[in-house]
Design a protein around this ligand. Sequence first.
Ligand code: ATP
Ligand code: MG
Length: 363
Amino acid sequence: MANPSILILAGDGIGPEVMAEVKKIISWYGDKRGLVFDVSEDLVGGAAYDVHGKPLADETMARAQEVDAVLLGAVGGPKYDNLDFSVKPERGLLRLRKEMDLFSNLRPAQCFDALADFSSLKKDVVAGLDIMIVRELTSGVYFGMPRGIFEENGERVGINTQRYTESEIERVARSAFELAKRRGNKVCSMEKANVMESGILWREVVQRVHDEEYPEVELSHMYADNGAMQLVRWPKQFDVIVTDNLFGDILSDCAAMLTGSLGMLPSASLGAPMENGRPKAMYEPVHGSAPDIAGQGKANPIACILSFAMALRYSFDQGDEATRLEKAIEKVLADGVRTADLMGPEGGTPVSTVEMGAKIIEA
Ligand code: ATP
Ligand code: MG
C-alpha cells in the first residue's frame, strides 16, 4: 500500500518557520516509528502570488484534492495588503476550503497543566480542560443570499441571510457525533432556536441525527448566548460543542482564550469522506502569519505541531502516536521550556522556534 500522503503549504510570515519544525517531526516519525509519509510541498498565499501572480496555483489545488491531508502554515503579510481582493493571500486559503468542501471546522481548546496559570481564568476552571468546538464552515450567514447593501426608502440597508439546509446541518452534526464517540461521548448543540428559524431547524435536525444514528451519545441543546456564558463560567462541563458558522466563529475564539496563547492552538477542517473512508482534510494553526515577529525565530511552533497531531488522529488513524506527540509537548512545557509568547510577567529566558522544536523531538 502507498504511504499516506501529505501536502505541505507553509505560506507566509512565520508559516515556514513553524512548519520547519513540523517537517522535522514528520521525518522523526519515519525514522523512529516506521511511519513514513509521502510529503510534497508547494506555495500558498503571498509566496504563491510572488511566483504565479495568484495565491493558489491550479496544480496546487489539484494536488490538495488528491492527498490524504493538507498541512497549512499561515498566509498574508503587509507586503500584500494593497493587492486586489481577488488575488489577496487569504483567497488562497478560502479557495482550498471551498473547493475541498471543508464544512466541519474542529477547534480544540485544551489546557496544558503547565500553562494553567496563563489563562485569564482561575486555574481550577481551566486545568485539564479538553473540549472541542465543531463549527459549520461553508454555509450560514456568511454565505446566505440575499446579501448586500441596498437602497430602501431613501436610506441604505445592509443585509445578510442566515440560511441552513437540512443536509448541511446533518453532515456537520454527524461529524460532531463521530468525534464525540472517540472522546467523551457528549455533544452540546448551540443555536438560538428561541429567536431564529434556522435555529429551530438546526435543533430539530441535530436531534433527529442523534436519535436515528447516535442514540448512545449524550446530546444536549443550549442557546448560544447561554453557551458563551457557560463556556467562560465552567468550560469543563462540555466535551464536543457543535454550532453554526457565526456562533462557531465567536465561541471558538472565546474558548481559545481559555487556554492562553494563540501560539498553542491547532485546528482541522474536514470534508466528506474520500474513497478510503477518511475525510478530506486540512490542518492549520489558528494563528496568522504574525508579521511582527516573522523572520526572528521567535514564533511558537506548538500550534502547528498540534495541528499535525490532529492529522495523525483524524486522517491517519494514529491516535496513539498523536497522544505520544501531545505528551511530549506537555513534558516540555512542564519542564519550563517557553517561547516568548508563553512568558508570564515574571519573565525568564525564552527559547527560539528551533529550540522548542528540538526539545519536543527529544521528549
Ligand atoms: P490573521 O489575520 O492572519 O488571522 P491576526 O491579525 O489574527 O492574523 P496573527 O498573525 O495571528 O494575527 O498574530 C496576532 C498576534 O499574536 C501577533 O502579535 C503575533 O506576533 C502573535 N502570534 C501569533 N502566532 C504566534 C506564534 N505562533 N508564536 C508567537 N506569537 C504569535
Ligand atoms: Mg486572526
